[in-house]
Design a protein around this ligand. Structure first.
Ligand SMILES: [Fe+2]
Ligand SMILES: [Fe+2]
Length: 136
């Protein structure tokens, strides 16, 4: 699977969120590169942990914006974030314990999840924040 490139279609029009998304894609691509190069487990766990931590802090930024703006889609968007964080956390524990491998299928899942989430729930949030005139 090819690396995920940033495209203008991914822009949600809210700078704080868009900057995070660019960084997330970059972190995703670093993980992809580490897998492709066949880096050792310790290095892969380090890169995946960085991606997970960055994702958690990005989700917190979006969730803070949802709460402060009274966003009506908050419950569903929170649930999607929580589900991904749980999945990645479980995978990371299993990977550190040597129970699973970091495969192309996992990269594929993460990349697809991220792009679809940005194009769906994050775009809706960006539209709402802009319509409400929330300062970027
Ligand atoms: Fe989101
Ligand atoms: Fe996001």
């Amino acid at each position: 699977m090819a690396y995920t490139e940033w495209t203008p279609a991914l822009e949600v029009g809210f700078p704080r969120i868009d900057e995070d998304h660019r960084d997330l894609l970059a972190a995703m691509n670093r993980l992809h590169e580490a897998v492709t190069r066949g880096e050792d487990r310790e290095e892969l766990a380090k890169v995946l942990t960085f991606l997970r931590d960055y994702t958690v802090s990005h989700f917190e930024t979006e969730e803070g914006l949802m709460i402060r703006s009274g966003y009506p889609g908050t419950p569903g968007h929170f649930a999607a974030h929580a589900e991904l964080v749980l999945k990645v956390g479980d995978f990371l524990s299993d990977f550190r314990a040597g129970r699973v491998e970091l495969t192309e299928a996992l990269l594929d899942f993460l990349e697809t999840w991220l792009v679809e989430h940005i194009l769906g729930q994050d775009q809706e949030l960006g539209d709402y924040l802009r319509a409400r005139g929330i300062p970027a």
